[in-house]
Design a protein around this ligand. Structure first.
Ligand code: NAI
Length: 345
């Protein structure tokens, strides 16, 4: 039996992880607390720690895990910006779930866009109050508008297909453009200048942090709609608020927020929110916030649990070789040694 400390466990995680774990002799210990320097002690005696997007797997945490003999950090997410992969190199192997339902995220991005531009959130509240007035609910057609997609990986490409289904013109920017994909790539500045809607689907890295800042917003069209279902740190939220106040940004739909770690995923109703910036953004009539919900479909939850259990089993059964290892060794992190069926170290 392999024992796994599953940090930041939510009610929706338990059924799928308990089910897939039982099938393959993996025992999950569900811990509601997030993993960080103060809580890492709870991993003592476990073979694996299983973490999500707001656990902090810093160099200090990794050193403690190594000291406790933890062999594997199993991310139950695709993004891994919260893990110091460089610090883990040579000590603890790291695996992730590269794709669990890119459809879930891309569809959520479109749901946010439609909600925003057709004012569905306002209409819903009005009709529940028997207010059938249409004043202030004028939207605009998506057909014929230009969508600028940043990051054309699994999620970005599905979002592109969805946009094309709406008759939108799609342009894209990617640091590593996909060859022969039929995608119209442009420079990032050009994307900012031409897009009516900008949707972010690239990872958070040192290079992409605050890619949407005051200067970027300055280049955008007046009335632009910004969608972020990727990572909060891609947007400088102060600059976003300024752009909204200046009427430059027509709407913002945010499933992620840079400082979400201590706020999202919890019921904070009845509490005073200690984040002025988020409070101010939420108070704006043209901002919609969902709390990192884009992944949350039944299909995605089952795939996350199934792949995580398979990652763990594969690591222990195949001498540490796992297709979904994140490797620092060759510098390319994801491309790594997979094809050669080797471990990172
Ligand atoms: P992916 O790895 O398939 O695609 C990412 C794309 O971004 C790649 O084409 C890559 O070349 C590109 N890219 C890398 N650096 C870039 C740069 N500097 N500028 C522009 N593009 C760059 O990843 P996938 O599965 O499409 O996920 C995208 C992001 O979505 C993840 O990094 C994650 O942060 C986020 N995500 C959010 C979820 C949510 O619930 N809100 C759930 C799952 C993922």
């Amino acid at each position: 039996m392999i024992t796994v400390a599953l940090f930041d466990a939510k009610a929706y995680d338990r059924p799928s992880f308990a089910h897939y774990g039982a099938l393959r002799d993996v025992e999950f210990r569900f811990l509601e607390t997030k993993l960080n320097e103060d809580t890492v002690e709870l991993a003592r005696g476990c073979d694996v720690v299983c973490v999500f997007v707001n656990d902090t797997v810093s160099a200090a945490v990794i050193d403690r895990l190594y000291e406790y003999g933890v062999k594997l950090i199993a991310l139950r997410s695709a993004g891994y910006n919260n893990v110091d992969v460089r610090a883990a190199y040579g000590k603890v192997h790291v695996v992730h779930v590269p794709a669990y339902s890119p459809y879930a995220v891309a569809e959520h991005a479109m749901a946010l866009l439609l909600t925003s531009v057709r004012r569905i959130h306002k209409a819903y509240n009005r009709t529940r109050d028997f207010n059938f007035s249409l004043n202030g609910l004028t939207g605009f057609d998506l057909h014929g508008k230009t969508a600028g997609v940043v990051g054309t990986g699994k999620i970005g490409r599905i979002f592109i297909d969805i946009c094309r289904g709406f008759g939108m013109r799609v342009i894209a920017y990617d640091r590593f453009p996909a060859e022969d994909s039929g995608i119209a790539y442009v420079a990032l500045d050009e994307l900012f200048q031409q897009s009516d809607i900008i949707s972010l689907h690239c990872p958070l890295t040192d290079e992409t942090r605050h890619m949407i800042d005051g200067a970027a917003i300055g280049k955008m069209k007046k009335g632009v709609v910004i969608l972020n279902t990727s990572r909060g740190g891609l947007i400088d939220a102060e600059a976003l608020l300024e752009g909204i106040k200046a009427r430059k940004i027509g709407a913002a739909c945010l499933d992620v927020y840079e400082e979400e770690a201590d706020i999202f995923f919890e019921d904070r109703s009845g509490h005073i929110l200690n984040d002025e910036l988020l409070s101010r953004l939420i108070s704006m009539p043209n901002v919609i916030v969902t709390s990192h919900q884009a992944f949350l479909t039944e299909e995605a939850l089952n795939n996350i649990a199934d792949t995580t259990v398979n990652n763990i089993r594969s690591y222990f059964e195949n001498d540490g070789i796992c297709d979904n290892e994140l490797c620092y060794r060759c510098g390319s992190i994801e491309r790594c040694r997979k094809d050669r069926k080797e471990r990172c170290f």
